[in-house]
Design a protein around this ligand. Structure first.
Ligand code: SF4
Length: 360
């Protein structure tokens, strides 16, 4: 993806009128073009000049896995400098949701997360984030469906890459381009307090989710090491200020780890924190990633939900898509990283000015 202002500048620099920039931008965001050669609405010389200056797609598709139920499609991409990036498209009822990565790996290092085990390699650019969504939209083309939701909840901590994340949200929301409703975009943080404070001041209709995963500092210090910098009191203080300022619903994500964070002690502590106006808890059964944690049984998930609801917590059990395709964040990339050297991934598929395979 190329930002609109960059296209406008390039087109103006070539002495072409502004409507040409609009044509290029629409071809990329609505026509889902992956190169300039196919933009036949443009004169040949302009297509060639733009191709010499700009790269329309930043990611190349390396591997795609589709779940047995067909409701989850996970794609592993490689960046121009050889890093793995993954995104998941989930289609449930009328929704088509893309789970987007914001970084290559992650510095937070949650104990149950494959991305954390990769460590942080680098931030993704806004263009690389948007390209994950455009690739998903290309995959949907034959179905006539449209991406309805984007969750920045894949690899990475979005508030450790704040500016690029917000720029990507604005690019996706641009009415002249991809035009995804802001209310359809959610950003998920592990609890970076300055990020929550800043996000509250943006004045946008974007959704915020906080990944909690434990309701006491003792357990959260272990599961989400960021808690040692921003303990629960600080996180919930920022959450309260967010709700007061925005009057928007605030979502909390809780990956249920069998016998670890679904004990009576955790449920009680969680209920005490969650009984607030506009707070909503999403409970997600852990997708096993070969670590020290186990997936809870369906009965254990329903029991957790019942205990929370009995204590007055608004709670939804999120349908778990794609356990059979390593759909949880970082799992496919970690498996690939263990299997071979990322620098060699997708040889022959590297992003370049032509011949990209990105987009499925
Ligand atoms: S769960 Fe999220 S914040 Fe934690 S290590 Fe994984 S990607 Fe990072």
């Amino acid at each position: 993806m190329i930002e609109r202002a960059v296209i406008e500048e390039a087109v103006a620099g070539l002495g072409e009128p502004p409507f040409r920039a609009r044509q290029v931008y629409e071809a990329l965001t609505r026509g889902l073009a992956t190169d300039f050669a196919g933009m036949t609405v443009l004169p040949m010389r302009l297509r060639q000049a733009l191709a010499a200056r700009l790269t329309p797609v930043t990611l190349a598709e390396v591997e795609t896995r589709i779940s047995r139920r067909g409701d989850a499609r996970k794609t592993l991409f490689v960046t121009a400098d050889g890093h793995p990036v993954e995104a998941v498209l989930m289609t449930v009822a009328r929704r088509a949701t893309v789970c987007v990565s914001s970084q290559v790996g992650c510095a937070v290092g949650c104990a149950f997360c494959a991305s954390g085990r990769l460590g942080l390699r680098r931030d993704l650019t806004a263009e690389e984030m948007v390209d994950q969504v455009l690739a998903a939209q290309r995959a949907l083309l034959s179905t006539g469906r449209r991406v309805t939701n984007v969750v920045v909840m894949g690899m990475g901590e979005p508030f450790h890459n704040y500016d690029a994340t917000l720029r990507a949200c604005r690019m996706l929301n641009d009415p002249a381009g991809f035009a995804l409703a802001a209310r359809g975009i959610s950003v998920s943080t592990a609890g970076v307090v300055p990020g929550i404070e800043r996000f509250a001041r943006e004045g946008l209709q974007l959704n915020l989710a906080v990944s909690l995963h434990a309701a006491t500092d003792a357990l959260r210090d272990d599961l989400v090491p960021l808690n040692r910098s921003y303990p629960l009191k600080a996180v919930f203080g920022a959450c309260e200020r967010y709700v007061q300022r925005t009057r928007r619903k605030l979502f909390f994500e809780y990956v249920q780890l069998a016998g670890v964070n679904d004990t009576d002690e955790q449920v009680e502590a969680l209920a005490n924190r969650m009984r607030r106006p506009l707070y909503h808890l999403n409970l997600i059964a852990y997708n096993e990633a070969g670590g020290r944690f186990a997936r809870p049984s369906p009965q254990a998930v329903q029991s957790m939900r019942a205990r929370l609801e009995a204590r007055g917590v608004r709670c939804t059990v999120r349908r778990s898509s794609g356990a059979d395709i390593d759909a949880a964040c970082g799992q496919l990339a970690l498996r690939r990283a263990a299997a071979d050297d990322p620098a060699d991934w997708g040889s022959g598929h590297r992003p370049g000015r032509a011949g990209l395979t990105s987009g499925g």
